[in-house]
Design a protein. Structure first.
Length: 263
């Protein structure tokens, strides 16, 4: 089997996302037709998550940077799938020139699992906002196993939030854990650079390890999550085994595998 045929067996692109639902589309090889087909499939399979999702195109893993017209064509294919391309990822001089030619920004500090912002100050915010949608890599079977003990270096102080998080709201604990004493509703989003503890029902989206901390975890008393993510790796509700739904669950990351287990 040639290297070209081996490459054709792999996904064209891998999607990860930052702490505000902005999708990072990492192109693994230049295959516009294959990319368009993959994105159409993602949107068709979960329209509520993927339709009109803002996308940052990451070209850093290609062997050579494409020319302006090629990238313009990629943008059109992304847009035709139902997603919305909003810029390029990473701030190299070549990317900067490309972004200027395309009239789009460069997101040099995109917060994904493979890029950490070590200078982030431990502050927090709570901001109502329209619900965001966060796409990700092609789904793989969810695995359940015995979790390792939490890391001693994980954040020890947390942001305490006592009120329900309603649809369209976001609560973000920057540089720390997030502790929620009420439910997280459908269409709501809770985010933490550390772990997330939900002492109630989790029905919206929970994104832990938002700056790439793979040791972060998610704990909840009643699991109905639309999406759970740790350091950019995520699963949607449809991918979760039925015996975990409505149960106390913890979520953690083992390499590239997002694992879930009843508590």
């Amino acid at each position: 089997m040639t290297s070209a045929s081996i490459g054709a067996l792999e996904p064209v692109a891998e999607i990860k996302f930052g702490q505000v639902g902005l999708a990072n589309l990492k192109l693994k090889r230049l295959d516009p037709e294959g990319l368009a087909a993959e994105l159409r499939e993602k949107v068709a399979s979960a329209e509520k998550l993927f339709l009109r999702t803002p996308v940052v195109l990451d070209l850093s893993h290609l062997s050579a940077l494409p020319d302006v017209e090629t990238v313009r064509d990629l943008f059109e294919r992304i847009r035709a799938s139902g997603m919305l391309p909003v810029g390029l990822s990473y701030g190299t001089s070549e990317n900067e020139a490309l972004s200027q030619a395309l009239g789009v920004p460069v997101f040099a500090k995109f917060r994904a699992a493979y890029e950490r912002d070590s200078e982030a100050a431990p502050v927090s915010r709570e901001t109502p906002r329209p619900p965001s949608r966060a796409p990700a890599a092609a789904p793989t079977p969810v695995e359940r196993a015995t979790p390792p003990p939490p890391s001693a270096s994980a954040p020890t102080s947390g942001l305490l939030h006592d009120q329900p998080v309603r649809s369209g709201q976001q609560v973000y604990a920057r540089g720390r854990d997030l502790i929620l004493n009420a439910l997280v509703g459908n269409g709501a989003e809770v985010i933490a650079d550390g772990s997330i503890h939900v002492y109630g029902a989790l029905r919206g989206r929970a994104l832990a390890g938002a700056q790439g901390d793979e040791r972060a975890r998610i704990y909840c008393q009643e699991f109905h999550a639309e999406l759970v993510s740790i350091a950019g790796h995520y699963r949607v509700f449809e991918d979760i085994p039925a015996d975990l739904r409505g149960k106390p669950v913890q979520v953690w990351l083992d390499g590239d595998k997002l694992l879930l287990k009843k508590m």
